[in-house]
Design a protein around this ligand. Structure first.
Ligand code: ZN
Ligand code: ZN
Length: 379
């Protein structure tokens, strides 16, 4: 039970007993109500809430120490001219009060009484984590990058410091709830406290709203933050940017920003873990005779790859340390797959030579073994 509960709830009326009720009568009344409202027997809508309220009330009033504290809190509220006017700064001066006021008040924040805020959120609250997604190029993932992110959301209005009142004006006591922030409702003989619909529980009405935030105490703002994307990031990775999420309220810490990074496909390179795959076209003669060829690497330059003689189509060569940067340091490898290309057009001497070549290899049938193998299966 918090001090706020003490201030807000009328345990005597919840139990339907007089303020001077003795222990025996209190117990009797509680037992009767508990029987009627117990969720196992009473399936009526709202019965469970009433049961909880009754249990809470009894828990306080049946305990001599708690009841004394409760009575004291309620008395202060009344003597100060309504609970909304309860001022803990003055309360300490009251005679006969021996408890530790800070303890009793718990997280009770005086500013909330006079602000436009919801009393339920009176304690400082950590901001929510926000999630957003960005797409980056393969090259940005390779090199690492920084990206500006525009985040739109609620921030506390600086003009009124979140109160919603026009600066220089003082909020008035809410007449609907007489400044208590709550209206009492009678349900089945029990008094229940509802948050005041006029002042939303603040107990105060801003007669002159802050024009900057239309009296809400919050404004939408676009924040631009810079996210650093480490080199070698994999697609769908989530980065947690500490304290870059929603701002906290009442001095609470900001939440984090969870950034999901999508790495777009590249026209040349394909990611394979820390390795990078590339397909490299070579001529027939380069494959037959062997050659030294320049192949592209993710840095934007080339490295020389040695193709041995009689290299078959589709063979993959590994070029060490030309892949993706690893998060643990170093780099993966580049895996270069050889693809023998057929010329689109062949003319002149090259055509002549190739025709002569063809004549020389007429009897060399590369499908002979395939056909023989197939025939053997039918025997
Ligand atoms: Zn404002
Ligand atoms: Zn009100």
């Amino acid at each position: 039970m918090s001090a706020k509960d003490y201030l807000e709830k009328d345990y005597y009326s919840i139990l339907g007993v007089a303020k001077d009720v003795d222990d025996a009568a209190l117990k009797k009344k509680y037992r009767k109500l508990a029987r009627e409202l117990h969720p196992d027997t009473n399936k009526e809508k709202g019965a469970e809430d009433k049961f909880k309220a009754v249990s809470e009330a009894y828990d306080v009033l049946s305990d001599t120490k708690k009841r004394a504290e409760y009575d004291q809190m309620r008395t202060y509220g009344a003597s100060a001219g309504g609970r909304g006017g309860f001022d803990p700064r003055n309360a300490g001066a009251q005679q006969g009060f021996n408890g530790n006021l800070d303890d009793l008040l718990g997280g009770f924040n005086l500013g909330d009484l006079f602000g436009g805020g919801n009393r339920r959120q009176q304690k400082s609250r950590r901001g929510s984590d926000l999630e957003t997604e960005i797409s980056i190029s393969f090259n940005d993932a390779y090199e690492g990058t920084t990206v500006p992110l525009n985040l739109r959301g609620d921030v506390t209005c600086t003009n009124c410091k979140g109160s919603g009142a026009k600066p220089g004006t003082t909020p008035k006591k809410c007449s609907s709830c007489n400044g208590t922030g709550q209206t009492m409702r009678n349900a089945g003989g029990f008094g229940f406290a509802d948050t005041c619909a006029t002042c939303y529980g603040s107990g105060r009405i801003n007669e002159q709203k802050d024009p900057n935030c239309s009296g809400t105490g919050v404004v939408k703002e676009t924040r631009t933050i810079t996210a650093r994307i480490p080199a070698g990031i994999k697609t769908n990775s989530k980065l947690r940017l500490k304290a870059k999420g929603e701002p906290g309220s009442r001095g609470g810490e900001p939440g984090d920003l969870i950034l999901q990074v999508i790495v777009n496909k590249d026209d040349i390179f394909e990611r394979d873990g820390d390795n990078v795959r590339v397909t490299v076209p070579i001529r027939y003669d380069e494959a037959v005779f062997g050659s030294q060829i320049a192949i592209p690497v993710p840095t934007g330059t080339t490295v020389t790859l040695k193709i041995p003689s009689n290299t078959q189509n589709g063979r993959t060569f590994r070029v060490k340390n030309e892949g993706m940067p690893k998060t643990t340091g170093g780099k993966g490898d580049l895996l270069a797959k050889i693809e023998i290309v057929v010329p689109q057009n062949i003319t002149g001497k090259a055509k002549e030579f190739l025709e002569n070549y063809a004549k020389e290899v007429t009897h060399d049938n590369p499908r002979a073994e395939l056909i023989a193998q197939n025939a053997r299966r039918k025997r």
